[in-house]
Structure formats: structure tokens, C-alpha cells
Write a protein that binds this ligand. Sequence first.
Ligand SMILES: Cc1ncc(COP(=O)(O)O)c(C=O)c1O
Length: 370
Amino acid sequence: MKVPFLDLKAQYASIKEEITSALQQVLDNTAFAGGPFVGQFEKDFASFCQCEFAIGVGSGTDALWMALLSLGIGPGDEVITTPNTFIATAEAISFCGAKPVFVDVDEKTYNMNPDLLESVINAKTKAIIPVHLFGQMSDMHRIMEIARAHELSVVEDACQAHGAEYKGKRSGSIGDVGCFSFYPGKNLGAYGEAGAIVTNNAKLAEKMRMFRDHGQRTKYYHSIVGWNARMDGFQGAILGVKLKHLATWNDARRKNAQLYDSLLADVDDIITPVQADYGRHVYHVYAIRTRNRDELISALAEKDIFCGIHYPVPIHLQDAYKFLGYKKGSFPVAEKCAGEFVSLPMFAELSKEQINKVCYEIKCFLEVKV
Ligand SMILES: Cc1ncc(COP(=O)(O)O)c(C=O)c1O
């Protein structure tokens, strides 16, 4: 029995007819760029996120970039985020001309440690981007308190956290803006590239809508210098179909995580993910930590079990960000985790037998009695 890291074909097979019909409707309406299918998805996704507005864009990277531009972030500004994220979080800051400033993460949730925030806030700081890593929200109450005290904007990087909750509030609904990626492997994934920005602020929504569409409200009348970051019609229609299944898929991921938790509990040398008491984790990634990470991944691959690493090198140690001047040791928790993380297979359609096999082989590798 093979256990892939991700099985997009299994999900597609379960919704094939709905998808085919949605695609046919886009073709029949020739609604390829923006248009009614994107508009309907925006309405539905805003409501799913407990927000008033959603703006469909080309990717999660676009979402972060357009959000920061709309908040007026530019050259000379600093934006605080965490180093153990996908590089897009930092790239969006850089592409506004601003400087990414990192703070270390909490060792239990792997999210921004709010205790460290105030030490890096200065006169240049304009915004904070908490990243809801692996599908679990950051400690938003503490982050918002600090942000408000210093008059900083908050952009939630919810690219891995569709439907995650913090004290009953959905990801994206607490900060000034929430940004989502619909990269195919995400809990809500497009069949291509797509993203969305959500907000309850009408002025910001209007600005973001303009930025993603060449700075225009009316075709060919450009009030600001914008960009083409529109969502395409096929992705809008596909995401509209898939959004209806997201709650069920997230529940299935949570069940799978519980089974992993129970089978790997009390295994020495394995740290399983912790769901913070404030939240509802949606397990985009189920990452364990272990000391012999690379050997474990190779041993599992020999048994047809395929894992990932999210992420092997924290952003401050990437060549692209050397110029910021951080060193090894700047963020000890993020660095330690980067050397220990193993992302186990995780998707809604994963079977009990597959999870049993993964845990059995992990225990065999660690020479735990099974
Ligand atoms: C935390 C995080 N931020 C931003 C992004 C960027 O999203 P996209 O790949 O859709 O541009 C991703 C996607 O992997 C992500 O995981």
C-alpha cells in the first residue's frame, strides 16, 4: 500500500461531475477573467470567513502584496513576521519596498511568539503579519492588543489556514486583512493558481479591488497605479464548487490528525502537533518533530510512504535574505524546528489503514515495540 504525501486525484474523483459542470458553465459564458463566477465565489468565501468582503486574486503571494500596498506599506517601512514561513510572506513585504523584520516563534504552536513582538517595534514599523502555520491560528488576541497599542496594521497570512478558528472566529476575520492561497495542495485548492483577500473594512476592500485590476474602478479610467492580479474565471467556478465541501474535508483532516496523535502518543523522540486551547486547527500540514529527521524520511520512502519538510531553511538563513544581516542563532526556536520537522501524509481522503501503516513504520524505525 502506497501512502502519498498528498492525493489530489482522490479528491478530484469525488467531485468530478460537479467540477465538469462548473467548467462547462464558464465556457458557455466565456467568463474567463474575473466575471460572475469569481464574483459569486467572493461572496461565498467572505461569508465562510465571517467577513464582509473577499477579493479574488491570482495567488496567495498577490493577496499579501495587494494587502500591504493597500495599507500604504512602502519604502522605509518595516513589517514584522516570522522566519519559519513560506518565502512569499517576506517577498510580499520586499515587493512593497519595505523591510521584513522577524521574530521567533512559540515552540508549541510554531506561530509568532507575542512576547517577542515589542522588542522589534520601532518608529519605522507599520504592520505585523502573523502566519497561521500548518493550519493553526496565531495568538491573535495578544497580537492585536500590541498592534493597536502601537497603531500597527495586522495582515493575517492565512494561506495555510482556511477555516481555522481562534475562539470561534475564523482565520482572516480578526486582523485588518486576511490573505489566502488556493494553491492546489491547500485545504481549499484551485486547479491552477489563485488567492483571496478578506476584510471587514470597506475602504480597504475598494483599494484592494483597484490594485488587483490596474487601479481602475471603471474600465480604462485608472485612479491609481495598480497591477493585474485578477482571479481567472475557471478558478472562481472550481473554488465555488470546492468551498461547499471544505468543512467536511477539514473535519476529515482533524479526524486523521487525532488518529496520528493517538498512535504516536508516548513515542520517545517524536513530538506531535499541539492544538492551542484557543483554537481549531485544520491541519493543512501534520508536522511531527524528531531528531533523525532525514533518516526517518528515507526509511519511510523505502516503505512507499512519502513525507515533506515545511520548511528546511528558515527565511532569515535563505541566500535571498542574507542582506538583512541575520545569522544562525538569530531565531533559535525556528531554526531548531526547521531541523526536526517531518510533514506526514495528510489529506482528507487518507484512510485509517494508511495512517496505521505510517505510524507502524515510524515505530519500527525508532525501534519502538509495536
Ligand atoms: C504561509 C504562506 N504564505 C504565502 C503563500 C503564497 O501563496 P501562493 O503560492 O498561492 O502564492 C503560501 C503558499 O504556499 C504559504 O504557505
